[in-house]
Write a protein that binds this ligand. Structure first.
Ligand SMILES: [Zn+2]
Ligand SMILES: [Zn+2]
Length: 334
């Protein structure tokens, strides 16, 4: 099968990825093999290609927003039964031990033994991928394969970050940064009755936010038009942490969505945290976040903007992402 591997991590201009021909992978115990129909290109893939995310093993196939159809079923795939031809989604969390104290209390996203698709195990920049059936997701109808792909990381992790922001029903939400993840989380919040204020410098992103139903748009460092009950920081910019904390009303929560964040400048307790304002991070997701988010996507048709690329152009898709040339989410189509 055709696939891409991260061979020599480094800047995209140095060609860190290589197109290769690999043997068809065979599903092991508990696994199914998917014929890949679409794979989203996430910024984490770029971090892996460029070496910001240290490879866990050599020559990994990236890609953790995979939509495919089951074409082989390994031994010991338990109930509920997976059938040949089922359309399934694969996300970042590939497996956990299921036995540690974090897994036992329902925080499998914190499991120290967790593995990740396209980092510890081969991902979806390929024609086929083998995944654990119990970590794959059933997907909602009414979306194309390409539209479903970005829901699997941008969508699910954005949803968890939104949940971590503890937005009260009908509350006032600030969204800092407005990329693939933020534009999905904003739509979820709006369907749940929130008043959403988007804070981003990009005029194009501001226009999209208004189209999707945002109550206001402003620059990232501007004050929103009203105090916020909750905010989610999607931009990986630590300078915005005190800005967003200062925009919260008493008792408000700021949830940081990303894996990477530049340094946070010093906080002033009275201005940024007192009056029970909370600052929280988000780490990947648990499977129930994915199930909940995909159920919301089934009930409310979310608008998903995709830029399709052929699988053969995965390196170009990543270079375009690095240069901010992608509109919506880049998706590879084998
Ligand atoms: Zn665990
Ligand atoms: Zn991702």
């Amino acid at each position: 099968m055709r696939a891409w591997q991260v061979v020599t991590p480094g800047p995209m201009g140095t060609g860190p990825l290589r197109a290769v021909e690999l043997p068809l992978p065979e599903p092991g115990p508990g696994q199914v093999r998917l014929r890949v129909d679409a794979c989203g290109v996430c910024r984490t893939d770029l971090h892996l290609a460029e070496g910001d995310l240290v490879p866990r093993r050599p020559h990994t196939v990236p890609g953790h927003e995979v939509v495919g159809r089951v074409d082989a079923i390994g031994p010991e795939v338990g109930a509920p039964g997976v059938r040949l031809g089922d359309r399934l989604g694969v996300a970042w969390l590939a497996s956990t031990d299921g036995t540690c104290i974090y897994c036992a209390r329902g925080a499998e996203n914190l499991c120290p033994a967790s593995t990740y698709t396209g980092w510890d195990v081969d991902g979806g920049y390929a024609e086929y991928v083998c995944v654990r059936a119990d970590y794959a997701y059933r997907l909602p109808a009414g979306y194309s394969d390409a539209e479903l792909a970005p829901l699997l990381c941008a969508g699910i992790v954005g949803y968890r970050a939104l949940r971590r922001a503890k937005l009260p029903p009908g509350g006032r939400l600030g969204i800092y940064g407005f990329g693939a993840s933020a534009h999905l989380a904003a739509q979820v919040a709006i369907t749940q009755g929130a008043r959403v204020h988007v804070l981003t410098r990009s005029a194009r992103a501001q226009a999209l936010a208004l189209e999707l139903g945002a109550a206001s748009v402003n620059g990232a460092y501007d004050a929103p038009p009203e105090p916020l009950d909750a905010a989610v920081l999607f931009a990986p910019v630590g300078d915005l942490v005190p800005v967003a904390l200062a925009a919260l009303d008493r008792g408000g929560t700021l949830s940081v969505a990303g894996i990477h964040l530049s340094d946070i400048p010093p906080l002033v307790y009275a201005d940024h945290l007192f009056q029970e304002r909370d600052l929280r991070s988000t780490t990947a997701n648990i499977r129930s976040d994915g199930v909940e988010f995909l159920a919301i996507a089934a009930e409310h048709r979310l608008a998903v903007t995709v830029s399709p690329y052929p699988l053969a152009a995965a390196d170009r898709a990543l270079a375009d992402l690095a240069a901010d040339r992608v509109t919506g989410a880049a998706v590879l189509l084998p």
